[in-house]
Structure formats: structure tokens, C-alpha cells
Ligand binder design. Structure first.
Ligand code: NAD
Ligand code: ZN
Ligand code: ZN
Length: 379
């Protein structure tokens, strides 16, 4: 089969590799139809993780089941399925509580497994023609009849739509709240979409890229252009000097100042500044336990100079971590089916799998107009 293989920093290629296959009776084999490039893939692409050479990338996957292991009961050959990026067993202590992003079984010795990702277990990704899906009865979201027509919406249920939603949940957003979201990448835009759906009174999205901010406006948010470094002032002005009711971090450890230099503590400290006292902060942007490529000594050790005194004085709360996609994907799918959510609005490029390297390069450069890339595997 063809697959996107990591070769080294800023080097991915589409290679012929051995076909993915059923390895355990609880697996299904999925023929991929759509698979996305994610901002999380860029951490690996840029050489800022310990991902091994030869890894097949891709954790935002959707396709049709073409073979099912003997122990699979619910999912059938022919079903069209969207796969949460988390691989979860369904029966460990965390999965039982719905915390499928922190499965204790799927990646032994760690909490949490995923397809095609650094430190998330031995699983190959789905930027390929075929994907092995473990614990298939638990992990597959079987899509309704006619799902093909909204393929580009449903594929967003694999990660960024539930992840954006999770950011608002971690921030304990309530109906009527004002929300500030740092990052107008795919995840921040999906947090904005989710906040609007959940009844926010005002959604503010901060970024430096005008094309991404324009999409935030399309989703009903107020664009906060930080190209001059004034985002904190703009947000305080819009909220009458109080700060937003809650806030979301959708950038992660590679966040930049307005001159595009990495300042890893910037978004977290800006959230402390621009969320009101007692407000919640939801962090889904990825921060790493260590980052040898980090810009300073703290960053290399996965540490931040965090304004903890302000944070404490304001009585704020933080929630963090990988999204438990299964906690939301079924419900969000109903919004897509009903036409009340259309996450595909952020897609800028649909490319054949063969052009994945080009997709990675342009998306990584945050080149004007490259807001989300979906790869199609064709026949
Ligand atoms: N927790 C999860 O489950 C989960 C899932 C998916 C992605 N992620 C993470 O979410 C983050 C965002 O993903 P994405 O796909 O949107 O990536 P992206 O890199 O395309 O988007 C990030 C955006 O943040 C902007 N940005 C940089 N510095 C900023 C600052 N100081 N203030 C405001 N905006 C700033 C960038 O210009 C960019 O548009 C990444 O860290 C990714 O790994 C987490
Ligand atoms: Zn992703
Ligand atoms: Zn589990």
C-alpha cells in the first residue's frame, strides 16, 4: 500500500510499504478514504519530537471497513467509519470513566495511544491506503447513511472538532459566556465553532494570520489580530476591562510572539491576563514533557515561566490534555447530520495522498490560504 512515511525533519515521502492487516481478533481493517494533516503532525515534521524514522503518520482518519477480526461484533464490513485519533481499549480504569485519551492498556507504561504519533504506541498512521484499527468495536464511530456527502465534515470528528469542543469543556464554558481562544489554526477554529454552538455570548480568536482570522469571523467570532502584539489590550477593551469569562489555549509549546519568535509561555500567561478572576482555562495546545529543540533552558526541560502568582490570585482553574474524542464524537456527528455544524468550512486544500509532502510543506509554513489539508486516497 502507499503511505506517508516520516524520513526526518521536514522530510516526509509517500512510499510503498507492506499492507496494514488484521493482527488481533478485535481489529478491523479500514480502507482509508480521507485522512487529514494536523498541526500535531507538524511537531513531528519539524523534528520537535522523538518520532522514529519510518513511522507511517496520520491520526485523523476515515474510511470503509473491508475486513473484521473474528471477535468483532458490532462493526460490519462495508460500514463507513470515522476513527478517533485516540486508540482506547474500552475496559481500563480510564476508559471506563470516558477518559479514552488516557487509556492505560493501548500503550503500556503510558496513558494514551494514537495512530502514527510520537510516544503514543507502536501504531501506524492512516495517511495510507489501509489502516489497522485495534479494539474496533469500541473505537469505530459508524457513520449514518449518506455520510459520503458530508465526508469532509465527518472526518473532522477524528480529532479537531471534538478537540476544539474539549477545549471549551476544559475551560468550563457555560451558555452566555464570553470566550477568548488563542490560535486560529484548525483546533482554535473548531473551539470557536464549538463555543458558538454551545451559546457563547462573545467568542474572540487571537492569531497573527489574516486568512485564519477571516475564517474565525466566518464562524461568528471576533478576530483579534495580534500582528502588532496588542492582543491583551484588545481583549481587555472588548470585555470592559474584566477579561473573558473563560479561555482556550489552542496553540501549544511552539507559540510565537508577533514577530514570529517562539515564546513558549506566551499564550499561557496571556490567558492568565485576559481571563477574568475565577475563570476557567482549557489547554488543548500540546506542551511536551521535554523539548530538546526548545529555545531556552526551561523549554528544553518542558518547563514554563508561568505567572502562577497571578493565576492563584485570580482564582483561575486550568484543565489540560489530549481530547477524549469518544466523549463527544457521536453527539457532534448528530449536529453535522442535522446541518447545525459544518467543520469542513476550514478546509483549504484537498490533495491526493501522493501530494502529501507538498501539503505538509505549505501547511507547515502557515502559507497564506493553507488552513487545513485533507488527503484523498482515491480508488
Ligand atoms: N489536545 C489534543 O487532543 C490536540 C488535538 C489536536 C491538536 N492539538 C494541538 O493543538 C495545537 C493547534 O493545532 P492546529 O492544528 O490548530 O495547529 P496550527 O499550528 O495550524 O495552528 C496554531 C495557530 O496558532 C497561532 N499562534 C502562534 N502563536 C500564537 C500566539 N502567541 N497567540 C495566538 N495564536 C498563536 C499560529 O499562527 C497558528 O495559526 C497544536 O499544538 C496541536 O498539536 C491538540
Ligand atoms: Zn490531529
Ligand atoms: Zn483503556
Amino acid at each position: 500500500m502507499k503511505a506517508v512515511v516520516y524520513k526526518g525533519p521536514r522530510d516526509v515521502v509517500v512510499n510503498q510499504v507492506p499492507d496494514a492487516k488484521i493482527e488481533k481478533p478485535t481489529d478491523v481493517l479500514v480502507k482509508i478514504t480521507t485522512t487529514n494533516i494536523c498541526g500535531s503532525d507538524l511537531h513531528m515534521y519539524e523534528g520537535r519530537t522523538n518520532v522514529e524514522t519510518g513511522k507511517i503518520l496520520g491520526h485523523e482518519n476515515m474510511g470503509a471497513v473491508i475486513e473484521a477480526g473474528n471477535a468483532v461484533q458490532r462493526v460490519k464490513v462495508g460500514d463507513r467509519v470515522c476513527l478517533p485519533f485516540n486508540i482506547a481499549c474500552g475496559f481500563c480504569e480510564n476508559c471506563e470513566r470516558g477518559l479514552t485519551g488516557f487509556c492505560l492498556i493501548a500503550n503500556p507504561g503510558n496513558a494514551g495511544a494514537a495512530y502514527g504519533y510520537a510516544s503514543m504506541g507502536p501504531y501506524s498512521g492512516g495517511q495510507a491506503e489501509l489502516l489497522r484499527v485495534p479494539y474496533a468495536d469500541f473505537n469505530c464511530l459508524v457513520l449514518p447513511q449518506g455520510a459520503e456527502e458530508k465526508e469532509n465534515d465527518y472526518v473532522m470528528l477524528s480529532d479537531i472538532f471534538p478537540t476544539g469542543y474539549h477545549a471549551t469543556e476544559l475551560a468550563r464554558m457555560q451558555v452566555g459566556d464570553s470566550v477568548v481562544i488563542y490560535g486560529a489554526g484548525p483546533v482554535g477554529l473548531m473551539a470557536a465553532h464549538s463555543a458558538a454552538i454551545k451559546g457563547a455570548s462573545m467568542v474572540m480568536v487571537v492569531d497573527m494570520h489574516k486568512d485564519r482570522l477571516a475564517l474565525a469571523e466566518k464562524l461568528g467570532a471576533i478576530a483579534i489580530d495580534n500582528s502588532d502584539g496588542s492582543c491583551v489590550d484588545q481583549i481587555m477593551k472588548l470585555t470592559g476591562g474584566h477579561g473573558a469569562d473563560c479561555g482556550c489555549e489552542c496553540v501549544g509549546y511552539q507559540c510565537c510572539d508577533h514577530t514570529m519568535h517562539e515564546v513558549p509561555n506566551l499564550t499561557m500567561n496571556n490567558l492568565v491576563k485576559t481571563v477574568k478572576p475565577t475563570g476557567g482555562i482549557g489547554v488543548v495546545g500540546v506542551f511536551m514533557p521535554e523539548d530538546p529543540g526548545g529555545r531556552d533552558e526551561l523549554a528544553k526541560k518542558g518547563q514554563l515561566a508561568f505567572d502562577f502568582g497571578q493565576f492563584f490570585t485570580k482564582g483561575q482553574r486550568i484543565g489540560t490534555g489530549q481530547a477524549n474524542v469518544k466523549a463527544y464524537n457521536r453527539q457532534l456527528a448528530k449536529l453535522i447530520a442535522a446541518g447545525k455544524a459544518n467543520p469542513s468550512i476550514i478546509i483549504s486544500h484537498e490533495l491526493p495522498l501522493d501530494q502529501a509532502a507538498e501539503g505538509y510543506q505549505h501547511f507547515d509554513e502557515r502559507k497564506e490560504g493553507w488552513t487545513k489539508v485533507v488527503l484523498k486516497t482515491g480508488s
